[in-house]
Design a binder for this molecule. Structure first.
Ligand code: NA7
Length: 539
């Protein structure tokens, strides 16, 4: 297979495509590209496949989409043979699933593990030169970024970070060997989805757990439970139909989407509906009425219900108050889904530290110093999130036509056409890129849609004898304008969140995903392709 050619000073391996990342997106992309007869290499930093699900092996890591839906639909035998054990799958089970997928479709032979792509440069020869930290150089017709939306873990910029003598972990880069917190004084910094999952687990182990909270989030109970075999079998009977139905929803998930608004019912009925949704659990709660993301007052009603729930669970009223979010509309930050989060604060060995009142001044060799106290610690867990959606791309030196750096193109915020391609970057695809529904969906459904679109696009180019595709600047501008317009009709952009890039100092404040609905988005992509790849320049 490997014809080598001299590019620069280093001989390059000639390929049809390089795929960056071996999570859900990279695995499926490899499978599809192989079917087109392309020579493909997948490059993956981790020592195993799974992407985000490889790294996030902290105690309590669990998916917030139900397991029967959070899986591939592209192969009926695969979805029939795989059995999930719980309503929401934990990280170990999702990793086992992805290992199974890699083996089942014989994917591993084309995956370079433990290897990081450092640069991807579009050359005068019309090919991508992709370099890795291991000294590999690939020359490839296509380059496909399957780098994930929540994969670039972010350590906060806190003084003394490197001086700590104890153990330090980031939830998104958790070690593979078991870590025991028994008998230890531990702090968790951050109360997003990861913090909310890890806190109850660590509280059960640690001598004392300090939960360091800057901003509280809304969390809905998961009510996770074993998945009965008969329920699973029933679902599998109609798997294809369920999948099809999910693809035709705005988030690619079979939630119960309300058709009525908050004000269509009286207060008693409203409360009953909130209660019913709470009892059912999960992110389904935010679809209780169809105006939650558009009408501030409607949103406030649902938020108040959750605030009351927090106060009813947490015994100490001062702690309950601190845990109660008041700074954002419910659902406009990623809603958390938890197991025992709020009850954990009723434990004797758990202290909530309010970082708004007493911010962290520094990490010291012995622990954390806030403006209020010094906390002596054996371990610190950073649940401080990600440079979402663009972070994994901006860490690679990506250069398009004429040496244009993607980071320069995106200096005012990411620009793409359909979240799939960027003008100036021919034959470079991004799976679930900025400007696509990505993080607002069941990302596996979004990944399948993108991977299939990309595969069809490449097949179409081959049929027509075309070598290159890239978006037209105007089509890109129109798409980004549309993405922003749609977002501005919702409450999302008003909230300081990682959806807006607001968790990263200096990152442009731009609403990153397309909020117009996965169903609508898919139709747009299909129309574009059917209309001879409208908005793309193909040569
Ligand atoms: P998130 O949701 O970005 O949460 C990060 C948390 O870390 C959040 O509570 C932050 O507080 C906190 N944080 C970040 N930096 C600091 C510093 N310097 N000091 C104190 N606290 C800090 O990340 P997750 O990993 O929990 O979840 C990401 C997504 O993964 C999740 O939505 C799911 O989709 C899966 P802040 O809010 O900025 O005040």
């Amino acid at each position: 297979m490997t014809l080598t050619q001299s590019l620069g000073n280093t001989p390059a391996t000639e390929l049809g495509a390089v795929v960056v990342g071996a999570g859900f997106a990279g695995l499926y992309m490899l499978h599809r590209l192989r079917k087109l007869g392309l020579e493909v290499i997948v490059v993956e930093t981790g020592d195993g496949v799974g992407g985000t699900w490889y790294w996030n092996c902290y105690p309590g890591a669990r998916c917030d989409v139900e397991s029967m839906q959070y899986s591939f639909s592209f192969d009926d035998e695969l979805q029939q043979e795989w059995n999930w054990t719980e309503r929401y799958a934990g990280q170990p089970e999702i990793r086992r699933y992805l290992d199974h997928v890699a083996d089942r479709f014989d994917l591993r032979r084309d995956i370079r593990l433990g290897t990081t792509v450092t640069a991807a440069v579009f050359g005068k020869d019309g090919r991508w030169r992709v370099e890795t930290d291991k000294g590999d150089v690939f020359s490839s017709r296509f380059c496909i970024m399957a780098t994930g939306c929540l994969s670039a873990a972010r350590m906060p910029d806190i003084a003394g970070l490197d001086t700590f003598d104890g153990q330090a972990f980031h939830t998104g880069r958790w070690p593979k060997e078991p870590v025991s917190f028994e008998g230890k004084d531990v702090a968790v910094i951050g109360t997003g989805s990861s913090g909310i999952q890890v806190v109850p687990e660590l509280a059960r182990q640690a001598k004392h757990l300090y939960v360091m909270q800057r901003t509280p989030n809304f969390s809905i109970p998961a009510w996770n439970a074993p998945l009965p075999a008969d329920r699973q079998a029933d679902w599998k009977k109609d798997y294809a139909a369920h999948r099809e139905k999910a693809r035709n929803t705005r988030s690619g998930i079979l939630y119960e989407y309300a058709t009525r608004g908050t004000w269509d019912v009286d207060s008693a009925e409203r409360q009953a509906e909130y209660e019913r949704r709470w009892a059912r659990g999960g992110a389904n709660f935010t679809h209780c009425f169809n105006d939650l993301f558009f009408d501030e007052k409607a949103n406030e009603q649902a938020a108040d219900f959750v605030r009351d729930k927090i106060r009813s669970i947490v015994i100490n009223p001062a702690v309950a108050d601190l845990l109660t979010p008041t700074d954002h509309a419910i659902g406009t930050k990623r809603i958390c889904v938890d197991t025992d989060y709020y009850t954990t604060f009723n434990r004797e060995n758990v202290t909530l530290v309010d970082l708004r009142a007493t911010p962290i001044e520094a990490i010291t060799p012995g622990g954390i110093r806030t403006t209020g106290a010094h906390f002596d610690l054996d371990a610190i867990v950073f649940a401080t999130g990600y440079d979402a959606v663009t972070g994994a791309l901006s860490r690679i030196d990506i250069r398009g036509r004429g040496g244009l750096a993607l980071n320069d193109k995106w200096v005012g915020g990411p620009r793409s056409y359909l979240g799939l391609m960027m003008a100036g970057f021919p034959n470079l695809f991004v799976v679930t890129g900025p400007g696509s529904p990505s993080i607002l969906t069941n990302v596996v459904v979004a990944i399948e849609q993108h991977v299939e679109w990309i595969a069809h696009c490449i097949a179409n180019m081959d049929e027509r004898g075309l070598m290159r595709i890239e978006p037209d600047e105007n089509a890109e501008t129109e798409w980004i304008t549309h993405v922003n317009e749609v977002a501005s009709r919702t409450l999302f952009p008003r909230t300081r969140s990682w959806y807006m890039g607001a968790n990263i100092p200096g990152k442009p404040r731009v609403f990153l995903p397309f909020v117009g609905g996965f169903d609508n988005y898919t139709r747009i992509c299909e129309d574009v392709a059917a209309d001879n790849y409208r908005g793309f320049i193909c040569r």
